[in-house]
Design a binder for this molecule. Sequence first.
Ligand SMILES: *Cc1c(COP(=O)(O)O)cnc(C)c1O
Length: 382
Amino acid sequence: MKAINQTNRDFASLSPAVQRASTVVFDSLDAFVNRKHRQPDGFSYGVTGTPTARLLEDRIAALEGGRHCVITPSGAAALMTVVMGFVRGGDHLLLSAACYGALKTFGEKWLAHMGVDVELYDPSIGAGIEALIRPATRMICIEAPGTVTMEMVDVPAIAAAARRHGVLTMMDNTWASPLGFQPLAHGVDFSVEAATKFFGGHSDVLMGSISMNDADHYAVLRETQSILGQQVSPDDCFLVLRGLETLALRLRAQSDATLRVAEWLQSQPQVERLLYPPLPSDPGHGLWKRDFRTNGCLFSMVLTPAPEAAFNGFFDSLRHFAIGASWGGVHSLAAYYPAGLQAGRAFPATDRPIVRLSIGLEDVDTLKDDLRGALAAYQAQR
Ligand SMILES: *Cc1c(COP(=O)(O)O)cnc(C)c1O
């Protein structure tokens, strides 16, 4: 689509305008007094958004196959905003045991003290979720594949059970992006993305998005976003708008490279198990194959047992993979999750340390060489 930005009749460009505002000004007293009536779409104060934010929201909604989108200052903020918009004291909230850590912490440390009954469910529960639904159940939070442990989830089955009981569903869809899976088309009410990852794509911006079809839900979330003071800078919107221009190409290249790296790792003697649904050996492969259209760029692995120091050997010998959290950018990353994190978890996927890799746009053979060296360093400490 031709994206023309023309605010002056002698100037047009292919680049979106970055329009900054705390104050929005009005051309009459009536317009000022009635400014709140412009919500949820219009402009009344910087906190409800600028034209730059609205342009990005429209683009993301289109990618998600949804009618509305609200952007937030981070992926974590998007998750919390959905919950804060709809869940109240006395409600029952079902969270996947493999959901993003900050959401689980928010549930256990904040919501539980605000009278919300927070219950963790086994991500492999599928249609069995119905048995956990009670009259007070307000929302079910889904993430597929699960954060770090990568369990696949039967999203349509959970969404259908929730719908039968009038329960809302929110899915963290960051791993696949809407190009790889469309939560809204599978019956989910809210599709959340950490735009920090694939959308931004360059490890330099934090953002989140919430997409949906229902206009009443949209009005609630616009109000929640603005009451919580969560607006996004137009400069950051610009970065994500630019990221979206290459999203499909990056996703395809990173998805192909990721499968190649994972298949190679699978045959290395130091690798005990890959946690990665696109591989036929993964227990979630069937669900992934049925519903998902991308290999993503992120997977986890469990190495053969070794003393803790072997992991220092692995990580410290990496030359191309940077060590760091987050993922989805053009540079490959490696992160470490100690065994203790899993040990205390409800429905743990493993009791072993996990290495998680995000594959960027580097040459695949270079990445394999880097990992070969790291695995040799690991082996040397065993
Ligand atoms: C990174 C991530 C988030 C949080 O996004 P931030 O923008 O870093 O707050 C949420 N969910 C998933 C699955 C993520 O990977």
